[in-house]
Design a protein around this ligand. Sequence first.
Ligand code: MEV
Length: 298
Amino acid sequence: VIGVVVYSAPAKVYLSGEHAVVYGKRAVAVALDLRTTVRLERSDNFLYQTNTDTKYLEEAVSAFSSIKAVYGLNIKVESEIPVGSGLGSSAAVTVATLGALSEEFDVNLTKEEIAKLAFEVERSIQGVASPTDTFVSTVGGCVLVPDLIQIQDMLDCAIVIGDTRTVGSTKELVQAVKELRSSEPEVLDLIFDAIDQITASGIGWLEAGDYKRLGMLMNINHGLLDAMGLGSLELSAIVDGARGAGALGAKITGAGGGGCIVAICEEAMVEHIVEGIRAAGGEAIVAGVSRDGVRKGN
Ligand code: MEV
């Protein structure tokens, strides 16, 4: 193939279950229609232009090189996903890059292979990583974790993200939960079991299209994340802002400590929720579910 190959891959949020998944409990993550787009062209040397993390791009090229030799590339990345906010920006750039390379070099990687290779790239950079982000970014829709199966391809409600523009360290927060659990194992295990049940019940409401009940469970999940010390003043403020403006549910998404919240609402309420989040000091991003994972084009 000669010319420019364009591939994109989506961000994700957790509707429920982050942190509990570290202890083998269930979670639901959904792909968002915020995408990272990779434009790739063969070249005599390597040139990367990006507004996101370059190291994932480099590592993706290097991982791909073990499948097929790559001698030079001009890669341009444009991302709509805020970096370091728990929305999976590093997974999206990795997955989109592998998709583009696969096509350009006629390797025809399957989605399973892209997800697996992308997970290895993330793990080699982060030390530990969960396969959730790379899997969701590859397949799209609503995904049950740890099974990694798509349970539904769409949600019939709107999603608004509230970004605190502060960053929490996933590694430190996972460690803090581990320490809390070693001092209060019985209590923490009950919390993890409750979160697991939130996911199980939530899937039922999701499949029935009852977003009011789903939202209620997201609110409970937020309270449990808060109970484990994963909140912050900024996160609480924008969760309250979103709920006060009529969100059906709002919770921390990802590791917590900073980063983002996810709110679900009726389509007609989107502007209200955006205002509520802004008034509470957050940056609002309106997003729908992305049915597609990695795909050709942006
Ligand atoms: C972070 O996005 C999600 C956590 O559950 C950690 C993980 O699953 O790797 C907190």
